[in-house]
Every structure is written in structure tokens, then in C-alpha cells.
Ligand binder design. Structure first.
Ligand SMILES: [Zn+2]
Length: 117
């Protein structure tokens, strides 16, 4: 009689389902919602789109070049190499040697800096 067999099959499948759900419970509790981790902004030479930490506005940073450690270092190296006559000032003219300061166009606050050293 096939009608009798069906309920027993259902019972077995229920037991299996319960067994699986019981096994899954510990893993579900292990998966804790990770705390909100704010990834630190990485500032390079190009302006970055971010939210200003001072005025909370969504901005694209304004970049300005400042003489950083690398420019002074190259200047010193050029002097040591004997390039006195103005050549040691080359790194101060090259943006590639300078640090980049990112400022907020909204509140004019410095929001970040890209140091080459
Ligand atoms: Zn701002």
C-alpha cells in the first residue's frame, strides 16, 4: 500500500530538516554583524570625492602643493652633488616632489595630506 509509506517518509524528512537547522544555529550566532569600520581615506595627488569631516558636506577636495620633506631631501642631494647655481631649487618647482594638501572647498579646512615621504 503506497498510502501508508508516505507519512513515514515525511517524518524522516522533517527530522533531517530539524537536524540541519540545529546544526546551522551555532554558525549563525558566530556571524556577528561587523562594527562599522570607517576606512581611512587615502590621499594621492588627484582630488578625491569625500564627505568633509568639518562641515559634513559631500565635497571634491581642492589640492595644493606644498614643499615637503622629499623636496628638501632632493635639494640637499643636489647641493651635495655640486649643483649650487639654482639647480638645487628644482625640486621646489616640480609638483612631483611636493606634498599635496587636500582642502575642503566649502569650509577651507585641511581634510587630508599626501606625504611623499
Ligand atoms: Zn568642509
Amino acid at each position: 500500500m503506497p498510502g501508508i509509506d508516505l507519512p513515514t517518509v515525511k517524518c524522516v524528512s522533517r527530522e533531517i530538516q530539524v537536524g540541519i537547522s540545529e546544526k546551522r544555529d551555532p554558525t549563525q550566532t558566530v556571524v556577528v554583524t561587523s562594527p562599522q569600520y570607517v576606512q581611512p581615506m587615502i590621499f594621492r595627488e588627484s582630488p578625491v570625492s569625500m564627505s568633509c569631516s568639518f562641515c559634513q558636506a559631500q565635497i571634491v577636495t581642492t589640492t595644493t602643493y606644498t614643499t615637503g620633506t622629499l623636496a628638501w631631501l632632493i635639494c640637499g642631494i643636489l647641493i651635495l652633488l655640486g649643483l649650487w647655481l639654482g639647480c638645487c631649487l628644482i625640486p621646489f618647482c616640480l609638483n612631483g616632489c611636493k606634498d599635496v594638501v587636500h582642502t575642503c572647498p566649502n569650509c577651507r579646512q585641511q581634510v587630508g595630506k599626501y606625504n611623499r615621504m
